[in-house]
Design a protein around this ligand. Structure first.
Ligand code: NI
Length: 255
């Protein structure tokens, strides 16, 4: 199994779990199957690290923004500084942003406020958004319907019915390692109805490692296993699926 042209649309290589081998790992991924990565910031600090990664590695692009977990801690000054980073050509999206009512690490009103504010910024700048939605489907959908950003719902965890609503809004859907899990029912149903021109591949590295490496640290090369599963569901070739997802990525993020 050796694929090429894998584009990981969602990873966190600024995470401390990559401190020991970050540069070597990224270099080896780009010598192998991976042709691009979007690193996603979650607050000002990780957004600045994301910019550093894009400067160091020509095939690393970035999304910067405030994650719902960090919504409470983020100050107006943080948001102002993050806004400056969108001037950088290699910052291709606003993210990751959204709502998380599973952990509720920040009060919901603040999550909603900062989510809306960042979508409005993205719309003003003509940038796509990378959306995190965990157990907050109703509020997420209402905000997306109202503000109509372009972008992707990452690590999509909703039903096939909700996926159809998202597709109607012109958004893409990110599929990660969860589709390979033994108990995966909803992600498989979502892939079944998902048109190939709206599908993006992602890891959420170092998390969400696909089977057979579940529990280990995830990196972008593991997308091969996610792609194999999706290709099997769709009844198409794995490399063909990877190429289509990479083409979608370049279209959405204007790369
Ligand atoms: Ni993430």
């Amino acid at each position: 199994m050796m694929y090429r042209n894998i584009f990981d649309t969602h990873a966190h290589y600024d995470d401390e779990r990559f401190n020991e081998d970050r540069t070597e790992l990224l270099s080896s991924l780009f010598r192998g199957s991976v042709s691009g990565i979007i690193n996603c910031g979650c607050d000002l600090k990780s957004s600045l690290k994301t910019v550093e990664l894009t400067e160091k590695h020509s095939l690393v692009y970035g999304a910067v923004g405030v994650h719902p977990h960090e919504a409470e801690k983020a100050t107006a000054e943080d948001l102002k500084q993050i806004k400056e980073l969108y001037k950088n050509d290699k910052i291709v999206a606003v993210g990751e942003i959204g709502l998380d009512y599973f952990y509720d690490f920040s009060p919901r009103e603040r999550q909603i406020e900062i989510f809306r504010e960042q979508i409005i910024t993205a719309n003003e700048l003509g940038l796509p958004v990378i959306i995190h939605d965990r157990d907050a489907h109703e509020d997420t959908m209402n905000i997306l319907k109202e503000l109509k950003p372009k972008g992707v719902v990452h690590c999509f965890s909703g039903s096939a019915e909700m996926a159809k609503e998202i597709l109607k809004l012109g958004l893409y859907i990110g599929i990660g390692g969860a589709v390979t899990f033994k108990n995966a029912r909803k992600p498989v149903e979502v892939v079944e109805i998902l048109p190939l021109d709206r599908l993006l591949l992602e890891t959420d590295a170092p998390y969400m490692t696909p089977v057979p490496f579940r529990g280990k640290r995830c990196d972008s090369s593991h997308i091969a296993y996610t792609a194999e599963k999706i290709a099997e569901i769709k009844g198409i070739g794995v490399q063909e699926l990877i190429n289509k997802a990479t083409e979608n990525t370049k279209t959405l993020f204007n790369i």
